[in-house]
Design a protein around this ligand. Structure first.
Ligand SMILES: Nc1ncnc2c1ncn2[C@@H]1O[C@H](COP(=O)(O)OP(=O)(O)OP(=O)(O)O)[C@@H](O)[C@H]1O
Length: 277
């Protein structure tokens, strides 16, 4: 299922937080949303999982405007694990994961054997099966994050929206999640702060700065030293992973005079040609 953000704008309290975003997430591809703190990633993603309504423009699923779909219908197609995802109820891990089936059930219909099997599969994928009977309130941050990902998986979405899904995960679970996203074969849009993980895990990247799209393309096209300096205010060298060939960044941690600090509007002329939107 194709996802498209089409000239998406979001205004809150008279301020435009997201400006005419055009982002394509082709069916089955993983697209990473990058950008400094406050650049509008979560705000744009909220429009995709319908926690916010676009002020202008649209989110299109296979060409159909989400705004014309009943919430329940879009919830059958789109699952989200986001900053808004809470697991603060005194439910067991298994119960929280099972909640992911809600959009597919009628009224108080109980889960069938196949759905219980699906929950077990999802818990295995994120390695939380051994926690099935634990209260989610007792979990560590990373364990809780993996439970919420399992909940999104049992929704059997065609589009998966993830907002910083790795911020509590140890390195192995970060790598496992990246591999899982690639083998699921669903359409994924994921906001990430780790540029190296994004470069390794994503088919394409979209970079935001102050609510505007400033670069899109493959990780190799987008992650140039100029772009990284301009948008994030960091000096980096670009290397290729010796085995996979993936673009990776080596950060220069020695203090440098940034031409423009993070979050400033990049001068389009300074953004490399191939990575301009
Ligand atoms: N409800 C709101 N009211 C006012 N301002 C808001 C609201 N929601 C978001 N903002 C502002 O919009 C901007 C974009 O926020 P957003 O959460 O989308 O950024 P982000 O790129 O996801 O940042 P981070 O990397 O820090 O999570 C920020 O300046 C934020 O303070």
């Amino acid at each position: 299922m194709d996802l498209r953000l089409d000239a998406l704008c979001v205004d809150i309290d008279g301020a435009r937080l997201v400006h005419e975003l055009d982002i394509d997430v082709p069916s089955g591809k993983v697209v990473g949303l990058l950008g400094p703190n406050g650049s509008g990633k979560s705000t744009a993603l909220r429009c995709v999982y319908r926690a916010l309504r676009p002020s202008a423009g649209a989110v299109l699923l296979d060409g159909t405007d989400l705004a014309g779909l009943a919430l329940r219908d879009s919830a059958r197609s789109i699952a989200a694990m986001t900053q808004d995802s809470h697991a603060e109820l005194d439910f067991t891990v298994e119960e929280i994961v099972a909640l992911g089936r809600a959009p597919h059930l009628r009224d108080s219909q109980a889960l069938g054997a196949e759905e219980h099997e699906l929950c077990r599969w999802a818990m295995e994928q994120t390695e939380v099966g051994h926690l099935a009977d634990r209260s989610v309130l007792t979990l560590s941050g990373g364990e809780r994050q993996r439970v919420l990902i399992a909940r999104a998986l049992v929704q059997q979405p065609r589009v998966l929206v993830l907002d910083e899904p790795t911020n509590h995960l140890d390195i192995r679970h970060q790598v496992d999640l990246a591999a899982l996203l690639r083998r699921l074969g669903v359409t994924v849009v994921v906001a990430l702060h780790d540029l190296n993980l994004a470069a390794a895990a994503c088919d394409a990247l979209a970079v935001l700065s102050r609510g505007r799209l400033v670069a899109t393309g493959t990780p190799h096209e987008v992650l140039t030293p100029e772009l990284v300096h301009q948008v994030f205010g960091v000096q980096a060298s670009i290397v290729r992973h010796p085995r996979t060939g993936a673009t990776q960044l080596l950060y220069d941690l020695s203090p440098v005079e940034a031409v423009e600090g993070p979050g400033t509007d990049p001068d389009p002329a300074a953004v490399p040609e191939g990575s301009r939107p």
